[in-house]
Design a protein around this ligand. Structure first.
Ligand code: MN
Length: 189
């Protein structure tokens, strides 16, 4: 997980190869410009979280597989711990860590996400069938869903269909932290 840009680049290249998609086709499917895709593949640019989500959605694949390898060893218990990190210089108010990266058997991934005071992060719609469960573990935060911001406090959760524009924000003066459990449809990843 040290060099995220390298992992993103090789994942993108592998997906394109697998699908036989040109940069033009990939730009069409993801809504991310051909120039930007080229820069990401050459590790000249690190995508924002929003851009990375567009790419993942365009390929019908999971977000965390761009940050870490897909989990395929189901026999042993998996202990995980780690620090959240900024994925992109312009995403400095939001820190993300895949607590459990994409699990092929369960079609899900679990993130720890921290929102610094004042952070507002809007997410493009994910593919139909993608469900998010947000559970607040620290502080207070708001989630934009069905066009309304809903306030959640520590210990509270919200499940929603993520195939719509949605968002996360922290209007308090303290950091807020939540788990985001993202479930993909069977064909999804
Ligand atoms: Mn989302």
């Amino acid at each position: 997980m040290k060099n995220i840009n390298k992992h993103i680049s090789s994942t993108l290249k592998a997906l394109r190869r697998e699908r036989g998609w040109s940069l033009d086709r990939t730009a069409e499917e993801t809504g991310v410009s051909k120039a930007m895709l080229g820069q990401i593949e050459r590790e000249e640019s690190s995508p924002t979280i929003a851009t990375l989500w567009k790419i993942a959605s365009g390929f019908h694949t999971s977000f965390s597989s761009f940050i870490e390898d897909i989990h395929r060893d189901f026999d042993k218990p998996v202990y995980r711990s780690g620090k959240t990190r900024n994925l992109h210089p312009s995403d400095k108010n939001i820190r993300v860590m895949p607590l459990f990266p994409y699990d092929e058997q369960l079609n899900m991934e679990i993130f720890v996400i921290e929102l610094l005071p004042g952070c507002e992060h809007l997410s493009p719609p994910h593919k139909p069938g993608v469900i998010e469960h947000v559970v607040v573990t620290e502080g207070k935060m708001e989630i934009l869903v069905n066009g309304k911001w809903l306030l959640l406090s520590k210990g509270e959760g919200l499940r929603f269909n993520a195939n719509q524009p949605h968002g996360y924000r922290n209007t308090t003066a303290e950091i807020s932290c939540f788990h985001d459990i993202i479930h993909y449809p069977r064909s999804g990843a």
